[in-house]
Design a protein around this ligand. Structure first.
Ligand code: NDP
Length: 246
């Protein structure tokens, strides 16, 4: 596991937006960021799941979160700009942006992938993070020290047969991360990095490996150290890096 011990108030005063915050790794990230003092902006497509996370954060007495239901498959640029306006009015800045939501999509021979499924997956896994990042840049610039985190995968760093558009989409976000990181290097206080979570006990993992015993993998909460590291001030000097959670 990534070796980092966060101090309790690591993210005090920070505002952190997480996509896919209603379940799996995104949910754990939201709970963990809130527990370390951040005001979290919960973005996802299933309102009831976001509300459950919201209630958990409130009940624990952590900073009040914000709920922003958004379906990354159907959202248009105006929706992202409206979200940015809303966040400007409420917080005036954004210190962390975690691109976590993703689809697994079809895992089959490349020539068997249906074009519609390819386009749907690219919309959620690649186009949405691009437009969301673009909309959030003014808010990220308004923060003293801002961190953009792209949640990647081992198949986004080395291609693997049958992983289809999912693998290609993860290569694309690694590319988006690298270009953004290089552009901001030395010109702003924004850094961008990626995390490969490694095998983690979530619905997506169960779908990808139906015959695997779920207990053989760590829980999302177990892989949070690297997320906290990249979202807090201890990683100020880290930019353009591809990190592993495990
Ligand atoms: P889950 O499927 O458990 O959770 C994904 C989250 O993304 C859900 O909250 C889901 O919402 C949300 N989401 C999916 N589509 C949309 C959409 N169109 N609009 C808004 N939100 C959406 O996956 P994991 O937690 O396992 O994965 C999180 C990240 O980690 C992904 O980027 C994945 O590729 C990566 N990853 C995971 C690994 C693992 O072993 N688990 C390994 C390597 C990488 P809803 O709850 O409504 O379905």
């Amino acid at each position: 596991m990534f070796d980092y011990t966060p101090c309790p108030g690591l993210l005090q005063g920070r505002v952190i937006l997480i996509t896919g915050a209603g379940d799996g790794i995104g949910r754990a990230c939201a709970l963990s960021c809130a527990a370390h003092g951040a005001s979290v902006v919960l973005v996802g497509r299933t309102l009831s799941k976001l509300e459950t996370v919201y209630d958990q954060i409130e009940a624990a007495g952590h900073p009040q979160p914000a709920i922003c239901p958004l379906n990354l498959e159907t959202a248009i640029e105006k929706d992202y700009n409206d979200l940015a306006d809303q966040l400007f009015d409420t917080f005036g800045k954004l210190d962390g942006l975690v691109h976590n939501a993703a689809l697994l999509g079809p895992r089959t021979l490349m020539d068997s992938v249906k074009t519609d499924a390819w386009l749907q997956l690219m919309q959620v896994n690649v186009n949405a993070p691009f437009v969301l990042t673009k909309a959030m840049m003014p808010l990220l610039r308004a923060a003293e020290d801002a961190s953009v985190v792209f949640v990647s995968s081992s198949v986004g760093r080395k291609g693997r047969a049958y992983w289809g558009p999912y693998a290609v989409s993860k290569f694309a976000i690694e590319g988006l991360m690298q270009v953004l990181a290089d552009e901001q290097d030395g010109t702003s206080a924004i850094r961008a990095n990626s995390i490969n979570p490694g095998a983690t006990r979530t619905a997506m993992r169960a779908k990808a490996y139906p015959s695997e015993a779920p207990e053989s993998n760590p829980e999302p909460a177990d892989i949070m150290p690297v997320f906290l590291y990249l979202l807090g001030a201890d990683s100020k000097h880290i930019n353009g890096q591809a990190l592993d959670a495990q």
